[in-house]
Design a protein around this ligand. Structure first.
Ligand SMILES: [Zn+2]
Ligand SMILES: [Zn+2]
Length: 344
């Protein structure tokens, strides 16, 4: 399907519901990252406790899509509870679940823990370099290098049309009003070609999620010029050898990938409990300045490229009103979806 010709700019943000590696700690839940694109809610990975992490921060939204990077338990163990909760809410809307080969078999094995759900649940296994089409954007997979089948995901917003030059259009004889609209939709008017009055298309925003991986050229390729790279950094750089043995990255290695890809912002997540985040952030920024080592409930907003740089906010910096606003949105969604069912 060709991209919509005039996609409306949408709000785009990434909320880090869980940023820990392997086992939860007092400070960090397990992997779960919420991508909000306009009205769509996509979750990348769903570690144990994900629904609780969401409920106590921005609320548990009616997710549209869940993308699983690989089948290690710290990336999917939250699925049974989450899928069950949606059923208890009498959810009706379809939920799409994507992941690497092995995902279907895994879902079949864990299905008895949450039973049959009353909403359409579509489970699909993906290979590398596949593209999923959504309204206004696509999600592409790329190869990562971990243990067992694993996928990275790229959110790619459709390009926006170039700027319309109203003055030039008037000079060439077009009338303001419907004729301007026709030109902006790519139609010829009074012999004027739309390309005479429209600037070049403006590239959509791109966000890259690696999941667990060693540093990899395929990530550099996928992330080149991206607005945001969310890259794992399990270990401090003193443990580079250990990172190699376990097919993980250090924060500094994530920064090297971000530097080679020249991304606009790097967010390092999947942090081992014993890592001191402040120290990691210093060593990461020494390699690539535009970096943050994220904590649970941090958020990164991505304005349109011509309107500014990505904005990183800690949960602690958000005002109570601001927190309430995001939580209220989800509460309203929950109310809309009906009362909690009586079955358990
Ligand atoms: Zn992991
Ligand atoms: Zn893993």
């Amino acid at each position: 399907m060709p991209p919509a010709r005039y996609p409306r700019p949408v709000d785009l943000s990434v909320f880090f519901a869980g940023t820990g590696a392997s086992a939860p700690s007092a400070r960090r839940g397990l992997s779960a990252t919420l991508l909000r694109a306009g009205g769509d809610r996509l979750l990348v990975d769903c570690g144990e406790g994900t629904q609780r992490q969401l409920v106590r921060s921005v609320g548990l939204p009616e997710l549209d899509v869940i993308l699983i990077t690989h089948l290690h338990a710290d990336h999917w163990f939250g699925l049974p509870g989450l899928l069950k909760t949606f059923d208890l809410r009498d959810r009706q809307t379809p939920l799409e679940l994507f992941g690497p080969p092995g995902l279907k078999g895994l879902l079949e094995r864990i299905a008895p823990t949450f039973g049959k759900v009353g909403y359409p649940l579509d489970v699909e296994e993906l290979d590398i370099d596949e593209s999923l089409r959504f309204d206004g954007y696509r999600v592409q997979t790329f190869a990562t290098r971990h243990r067992g089948p694993s996928l990275g995901y790229v959110f790619v917003e459709d390009d926006r049309p170039g700027r319309f030059d109203a003055e030039r259009a008037t000079e060439l004889g077009a009338q303001p009003g419907p004729e301007f609209g026709q030109l902006q939709r790519g139609e010829r008017v009074r012999g004027i070609d739309p390309s005479d009055v429209m600037g070049p298309p403006r590239a959509g925003r791109r966000i890259v999620f690696t999941g667990d991986t060693r540093p990899s050229d395929s990530t550099v390729v996928a992330a080149t010029g991206a607005d945001l790279l969310v890259h794992e950094g399990t270990f401090a750089d003193a443990e580079r050898e250990r990172a190699g043995e376990t097919a993980h990255s250090t924060g500094v290695q994530a920064a090297e990938v971000a530097r080679d890809a020249d991304v606009r912002l790097l967010a390092v997540n999947h942090i081992a409990a014993r890592v001191h985040a402040g120290e990691m952030e210093r060593e990461v920024r020494a390699v690539f300045e535009r970096s943050v080592v994220v904590r649970d409930f941090d958020e990164i907003e991505l304005p349109l490229r011509d309107r500014g740089d990505p904005v990183h906010r800690r949960w602690s910096e958000r005002t109570p009103a601001d927190r309430a606003a995001t939580t209220k949105e989800s509460a309203a969604e929950q109310e809309d979806s009906g009362a909690v069912g009586s079955h358990t």
